[in-house]
Ligand binder design. Structure first.
Ligand code: SF4
Length: 399
């Protein structure tokens, strides 16, 4: 069966967190009703032109999808054709997780809840500019279990200036000791994004060594509790992996609905990527006028496409073909080689950028590995990546 994801971007937030550079707004709630109608129209357009057939996963991200009244979110979901077993995730502020809202999500076909927890230490939340109260987290996770959700994720962030080793260890312990612990945990290193309040306050910038040790604590505690790494920043108990995100990491196909959403439809050796206008105002205006919301697109092929595939795969336990990394002393301890694959160790995950920069595409060595692009014509000169995705940054469909 062909896997196809749909990402729906909900660009509304109650409050702007100090570290956030996502395409989201605190002053556009007046657009919500028109935005929902525009998303429904955009889905219909994508179906009409054949981009969107049957989705195997749908992900409502943001922004804060739970800012939308549940019936409005359900209206968008109802418009999306999807398989009977489709995974449907909604990101939710823990304080929005009322039993009524979660029951409405369940009735609409949502299968997975993702809560933005970040930390269970109040002073850490304050230093991140987050305004939810830690006590809302156990209530939200419990309410999700009561509503019948067997798939729950919590998002955590480590490296805030006010966070101690004990705060971080305590946050993970708190999550793991919930009566219904989530099956999936995402833990991201705090990153300084240009233009954010955090960027303007160097005293709060995270320390690389501290972040590395926090990552090791996360890996250690989560693996001891039965969570395997699914990607550098994601861990899951067996059966609780995120089908939608796995699609991204496999360079799979997805259609983005909403402002700033990105799409990708590809084949073995080439793909088309496009992205929508960034603001909800322009998105709504385009759809209401019957115009395309697409702001730009590109075609990626050949070695560059293969390189992207390798960079994504390197982030996961699938690793890359052994021939895609040189047999270099610098990689000792950073990758393990088994059954023809090279897979990051924990130490390697901490320096993902450096390992990614050594990926090889188009060399005679790389060509000995089975490649989906083997029939694509003569190999181009070797390509090396100048920089990779952040070792622990969020991997969003929205820049
Ligand atoms: S971090 Fe999340 S909740 Fe905070 S402003 Fe960004 S999208 Fe909104």
């Amino acid at each position: 069966m062909r896997e196809l994801g749909v990402y729906v971007h909900v660009p509304f937030c109650r409050h702007r967190c100090d570290y956030c550079a996502f395409a989201t707004y605190t002053d556009r709630d007046r657009l919500m009703a028109r935005y929902v109608a525009a998303c429904v129209a955009d889905v219909a357009r994508a179906v009409r032109v054949g981009e969107l057939v049957e989705a195997t996963s749908v992900f409502f991200g943001g922004g804060t999808p739970s800012r939308l009244p549940a019936p409005w979110l359900s209206r968008i979901l109802a418009a999306i054709p999807r398989t009977a077993d489709a995974e449907v995730t909604v990101e939710c502020n823990p304080e929005d997780a009322s039993p009524e809202r979660l029951a409405a999500y369940r009735a609409a076909g949502v299968t997975r809840m993702s809560f933005g927890v970040q930390s269970t230490a109040p002073h850490v939340l304050a230093s991140l500019g987050r305004r939810h109260r830690p006590e809302s987290v156990p209530r939200a996770v419990e309410a999700a279990a009561t509503a019948g959700f067997s798939h729950v994720n919590v998002d955590l962030i480590y490296g805030a200036a006010s966070e101690t080793d004990e705060d971080w260890a305590g946050t993970i312990d708190d999550v793991l000791s919930l009566p219904h612990p989530p099956g999936h945990v995402s833990a991201y290193a705090l990153t300084v994004e240009p233009g954010t309040p955090l960027a303007r306050d160097p005293a709060r910038h995270p320390d690389d060594d501290v972040q590395a040790s926090r990552y090791e604590v996360a890996e250690s505690k989560l693996s001891a509790a039965g969570y395997g790494w699914e990607e550098v920043s994601n861990w899951a108990r067996p059966g609780h992996g995120c089908r939608h995100n796995q699609l991204y990491w496999r360079q799979g196909d997805y259609v983005g609905i909403g402002s700033a959403a990105h799409s990708h439809l590809g084949g073995a050796c080439a793909g088309r990527r496009w992205w929508n206008v960034r603001t909800p105002d322009r998105y709504v205006a385009a759809l209401e006028a019957g115009r395309s919301p697409v702001a730009g697109e590109e075609r990626v092929e050949g070695d560059r496409y293969e390189l992207e595939r390798l960079m994504l795969s390197l982030r996961t336990p699938a690793g890359v073909p052994g021939s895609a990394l040189p047999d270099a002393a610098e990689l000792d301890g950073l990758v393990v080689r088994e059954r023809g694959r090279a897979v990051l160790t924990v130490s390697g995950r901490l320096v993902l950028n450096a390992v990614s920069s050594m990926l090889l595409v188009g060399t005679p060595e790389a060509a000995t590995a089975p490649s989906p692009c083997a029939d694509a014509g003569p190999a181009e000169p070797a390509v090396q990546v100048a920089s990779g995705a952040g070792a622990s940054g969020r991997y969003p469909a929205v820049p």
